[in-house]
Design a binder for this molecule. Structure first.
Ligand SMILES: [Fe+2]
Ligand SMILES: [Fe+2]
Length: 374
């Protein structure tokens, strides 16, 4: 330890820490270490970077690479033993936590017809986006939702929830998205297994989407004060229809094409306090301009094919592929088809960024707003 250096993060910039190690200072730092303290100027430039420095790297997870491995887990473990049979997405830049990007977790879960996972509750907020199969369902606090491809369903913080596939269904695969790394970073995570292992369905099937899912309509008797959306399930067909109609009358955003946020119908705000979700449509041949912003984003290709350039790296994607955009990484998206639209589902931590006042955004000024592909 005699050659420990304390001046690794020096910056020769006015207002920044720039203290060179001397034998006297190093001895002093060691005395501070022994007292479980430290001199801020030895770490200040590291812990207060000029701009966000994500530990996460951009990643594309190709579904054609993952699908067989996900299906193999069915032969290897039972949902009873595994709790949840999930292959999680592991960002290679993150060895500290199981994160797909930033403070977001994601995984692919598979279930055979007739299987059901045990009911549980946790402090993390979760959503799932259905990738393939029929007969999938989720029960949230006694409300059962039936699910099809490109539907997504919420299982908010603290709710009893469980997933299964009807006996007459087919093998289902869906993407889970949770804020587990965030909740753990906040040291606020609780987990509970339902005392009966399954919960009773105490309401008519699909009642919450039926009550809360009217376009531009709010139920007269709808009292809801919980901090998440009562809609629970967001179906693909009306979402795609809304995007398609929207795209006929607007150019949308130069950075995102036609993008619509899923909302809590009571507040117009995000579906859950910590996780937001959106769906965006890129018209045939559309290529957006590059920007960057705070927040971590996980995309799944719901329809079509194209590519995204993330921090100068091009990722070609097709239906069901998943990719991530780390915080403050420049990104732009393009639809590779000249005839069909491309649609991207996305979930993110934007509600956290906005509610904590941490959201910032910047357009790429150079090169006509497009990144140079490395
Ligand atoms: Fe869960
Ligand atoms: Fe963006």
């Amino acid at each position: 330890m005699s050659n420990t250096s304390y001046d690794t993060y020096r910056e020769n910039v006015a207002g920044r820490a720039d203290v060179e190690d001397t034998p006297e200072l190093v001895a002093y730092y060691k005395e501070l270490d022994a007292l479980k303290t430290g001199a801020l100027w030895t770490v200040a430039n590291k812990i207060e970077p000029w701009q966000p420095k994500s530990e996460s790297v951009p990643v594309l997870w190709r579904y054609r690479d993952l699908r067989d491995h996900v299906l193999r887990s069915v032969e290897l473990v039972t949902p009873e033993k595994a709790g949840r049979r999930v292959i999680y997405l592991n960002n290679p830049g993150r060895q500290d936590v199981s994160a797909a990007v930033g403070w977001l977790y994601s995984g692919l879960q598979v279930m055979h017809p007739g299987e059901a996972a045990s009911a549980h509750a946790h402090s993390s907020s979760a959503l799932r986006f259905i990738m393939e199969g029929s007969g999938a369902y989720t029960i949230v606090d006694g409300h059962k939702m039936t699910l099809n491809a490109n539907d997504f369903v919420l299982t908010p913080n603290g709710t009893w929830h469980e997933h299964g596939v009807a006996a007459e269904g087919t093998t289902c695969i869906w993407q889970d998205g949770l804020d587990i790394p965030l909740v753990n970073a906040m040291e606020a995570g609780f987990y509970a297994v339902h005392p009966d292992l399954q919960q009773a369905v105490t309401h008519p099937v699909d009642d919450m989407p039926a009550i809360w899912g009217g376009k531009g309509l709010r139920p007269h008797e709808g009292n809801w004060s919980k901090p998440y959306s009562p809609l629970y399930k967001y179906e693909w067909a009306p979402t795609y229809e809304a995007l398609a109609r929207h795209s006929k009358v607007t150019d949308g955003s130069p950075f995102d094409g036609v993008l619509m946020h899923y909302v809590n119908p009571v507040t117009g705000g995000p579906v859950m306090p910590t996780i937001g979700a959106s769906m965006q449509l890129l018209r045939p041949g559309e290529a957006t301009k590059a920007h960057r912003h705070t927040g971590s984003f996980i995309y799944q290709v719901a329809k079509g094919s194209g590519y995204s350039v993330i921090n100068g790296q091009r990722f070609d994607w097709t239906e069901r592929d998943i990719f991530c955009v780390p915080s403050w990484a420049f990104h732009e998206h393009a639809n590779a088809s000249a005839s069909d639209d491309a649609v991207l589902f996305c979930f993110n931590d934007l509600p956290v960024m906005h509610s904590l006042g941490l959201y910032r955004e910047q357009a790429l000024a150079e090169n006509g707003g497009h990144q140079v592909v490395l």
